[in-house]
Design a protein around this ligand. Structure first.
Ligand SMILES: *Cc1c(COP(=O)(O)O)cnc(C)c1O
Length: 368
């Protein structure tokens, strides 16, 4: 069995060596061991630093979607009003998820190649929708991975505070550790992350920063289930998790987060921004075009490129795989039209992106 040597999929990414080392250890007694609770606590603090929050950080066994569902089900009851801001598959998907649990949902959907406004004036349509609908919760996505965009959230956070929306829910799964996330400054109550993107750990863990207001609401709603946040409130005090914790997964998250903190968050964010700019420049030099609109904010973690003319997604993917490059297509309105290069975490490196772009250049040359 052989795996592709140029991994450029936007999650799961290639594992960080420290993550591999953490996974290779044995943790025989699980949470009974007295080293467990310090590990749980310190992992949450490290992830909180990456998310810009001093709030409690809950660590759950299961990939990002678990946190997305668990945070909604734990804070919403049927009939609650949710306003979802969507600039892509995940943003609108969160609105659909809230509707599926019986909430009354108002979707403010923008084109999937755009990002939300960074100024108060640009947010006028969202302001109007909030003023009219009076939601209990506002939801947004930081990095829309299927579109390759990064939504500015500071102005939206200000707007939400001013209009008094009780809860603000943000999916930052594909940006935590690759771009500045300022959950407390933006006033986010539920900030969501996953292990397999910039943290360079396997698809096994998700985490949620929970504000005091969100905890209050969680107690009120009283949702119970495998994905419920409520039982995690007292993990430290009780010295145990609601179910057997996946120690390897937590240790892997800690290793991924520490590697970022050791390199320095600013250095890591700069590396992502520079590698992404380099990737986009080389794409343009090859005569290819980006999916994103000229005035949208491109994500530093993933680049979405329109398929070269005269090829199809299956043919393009196969041609690249045969040359040892793994990339992905996309979903929703982008499906079959674009390909995605994931330069996040361990994949945000010039030599890797150059190797990928060399393969793309060679493949284009052979096809023409
Ligand atoms: C990856 C990702 C998730 C989580 O999806 P999984 O399938 O659980 O990995 C959620 N939101 C965004 C924006 C993502 O990129």
């Amino acid at each position: 069995m052989r795996y592709t040597t140029i991994p450029m999929v936007p999650g799961p990414v290639t594992l960080h060596p420290d993550v591999l080392a953490a996974l290779a250890r044995d943790y025989p007694s699980g949470q009974v061991d007295e080293a467990f609770m310090p590990l749980y606590t310190h992992t949450g603090v490290a992830l909180g630093a990456l998310m810009g929050t001093a709030n409690d950080v809950v660590l759950m066994t299961g990939e990002g979607m678990l946190a997305l569902w668990g945070a909604l089900k734990s804070t919403l009851r049927p009939g609650d009003k949710v306003l979802s801001v969507g600039t892509g598959v995940f943003g609108d998907g969160i609105g659909d998820m809230a509707a599926s649990i019986g909430c009354e949902v108002c979707k403010v959907s923008l084109p999937y190649d755009e990002t939300i406004g960074a100024t108060r004036e640009a947010l006028a349509p969202i302001e109007e929708a909030i003023a009219r609908f009076r939601p209990h919760m506002l939801t947004a996505v930081h990095c829309e991975t299927p579109s390759g965009t990064l939504n500015p959230l500071a102005a939206l956070g200000d707007l939400r505070r001013e209009l008094g929306v009780p809860l603000f829910y943000v999916d930052a799964v594909a940006s935590v550790g690759g771009a500045p996330v300022e959950a407390d400054a933006w006033g986010v109550d539920l900030i969501l992350g996953g292990s397999q993107k910039c943290l360079a750990a396997p698809p096994s863990m998700s985490f949620v920063g929970v504000s005091p207001a969100a905890w209050e609401r969680i107690e009120e709603v009283g949702y119970q289930g495998y994905d419920a946040l409520a039982p995690f409130r007292n993990v430290q005090r009780q010295g145990r998790c609601p179910y057997t914790p996946y120690w390897h997964g937590i240790a892997a998250l800690a290793a991924g987060a520490e590697a970022i903190l050791r390199e320095g968050m600013d250095n890591v964010f700069r590396r992502h921004a520079e590698v992404a700019a380099h990737c986009r420049k080389r794409i343009a030099e090859l005569g290819l075009s980006l999916w994103t609109a000229p005035d949208a904010v491109n994500s530093p973690t993933v680049t979405v490129v329109n398929l070269p003319e005269g090829t199809s997604w299956p043919r393009w993917k196969q041609a690249l795989l045969e040359r040892d490059l793994a990339i992905t297509g996309s979903f929703g309105p982008m499906a079959g039209k674009v390909f995605r290069i994931g330069h996040m975490g361990t994949q945000a490196h010039f030599d890797l992106v150059d190797a990928a772009l060399d393969v793309i250049a060679g493949t284009l040359h052979d096809m023409r």
